[in-house]
Design a protein around this ligand. Structure first.
Ligand SMILES: Nc1ncnc2c1ncn2[C@@H]1O[C@H](COP(=O)(O)OP(=O)(O)O)[C@@H](O)[C@H]1O
Ligand SMILES: [Mg+2]
Length: 256
């Protein structure tokens, strides 16, 4: 049975999309079938995997609100053999408002994905940087949430909000939601700040913190411009190796 993991942090720019794209792609090279669901109207994950957003005929929007019942009609292949994407683009921006009037409005994504859940080993959902109905749908559809935290001065600011958000979801639409893990992004081992953030986050989350740290690496920032995950764009870069290590650690924890 496939497992669904929402990549969430209500802060923007912390590496959610980079982690969604690159972790999903790295795991897909380990003989796992992986689907990436892009539920951010910015469509950065879709663009990062080479999808031409302007040319999309149907997107996650059609699945949530457009009456499309078959996710397979929207899912696209990527350049990675075992990685598919359910793309989105700016059409999804209206969904935040339109969903309000929908029956069981937090459950739309969960229901939409149910026919294909077993076609994949892992389904990752790249969330927008807000706690609106789109993120709520992602956190309701998910078995677990993976949280990227950027190594910066205010890293832990907002973490208590995050913990509260997860509690709220657990007491509401998704009692079984678990924390899959915390991944530290844009780590710079030369700065005391990064070292300090690692220590603080460890104190907070203990064994939930992945040992694999994602360094600040220019190749990670460049790759989306070429429509490729880092493991294809520059497989020997520090960034590619760090996401590959994270993929191994992720799978090891899952399979133990
Ligand atoms: N490890 C990294 N090293 C360098 N740049 C990164 C790294 N991770 C993400 N970025 C860049 O930082 C910006 C924000 O990352 P992104 O993944 O889009 O964050 P989010 O999805 O949380 O808003 C993007 O321009 C991205 O290319
Ligand atoms: Mg993003």
């Amino acid at each position: 049975m496939g497992k669904t993991i929402a990549i969430f942090n209500q802060k923007g720019g912390v590496g959610k999309t980079a982690t969604a794209v690159n972790l999903a792609a790295s795991i897909s090279t380990k003989k796992k079938r992986v689907l990436l669901v892009d539920i951010d109207p910015q469509g950065n994950a879709s663009g990062g995997l080479g999808i031409d957003k302007a040319q999309l005929e149907s997107t996650v929007y059609d699945l949530l609100l457009g009456g499309e019942k078959d996710p397979k009609a929207i899912i696209q292949n990527t350049s990675m053999a075992n990685l598919d994407i359910l793309p989105s683009n700016y059409d999804l921006a209206g969904a935040e408002i339109e969903l309000v009037n929908q029956e069981k409005r937090e459950f739309c994504l969960k229901e939409a994905l149910s026919p294909i859940k077993d076609d994949y080993d892992y389904i990752f959902i790249d969330c927008p940087p807000t706690l609106g109905l789109l993120s709520l749908n992602a956190l309701t559809a998910a078995d677990s949430v993976l949280i990227p935290i950027q190594c910066e001065y205010y890293a832990l600011e907002g973490v208590s909000d995050l913990v509260n958000t997860i509690k709220l979801i657990k007491s509401g639409s998704n009692p079984d939601l678990e924390v899959q893990g915390i991944v530290l992004t844009m780590y710079d081992r030369r700065t005391n700040l990064s070292v300090e953030v690692v220590r603080e986050v460890k104190k907070h989350f203990e064994d939930k913190l992945y040992a694999s740290l994602i360094p600040r690496n220019i190749r990670i920032a460049e790759a989306p411009g070429y429509g490729q995950p880092i493991c294809a764009y520059d497989p020997f870069s520090k960034g590619a190796r760090s996401y590959m290590n994270l993929a191994k650690e992720f799978i090891k924890k899952e399979e133990k």
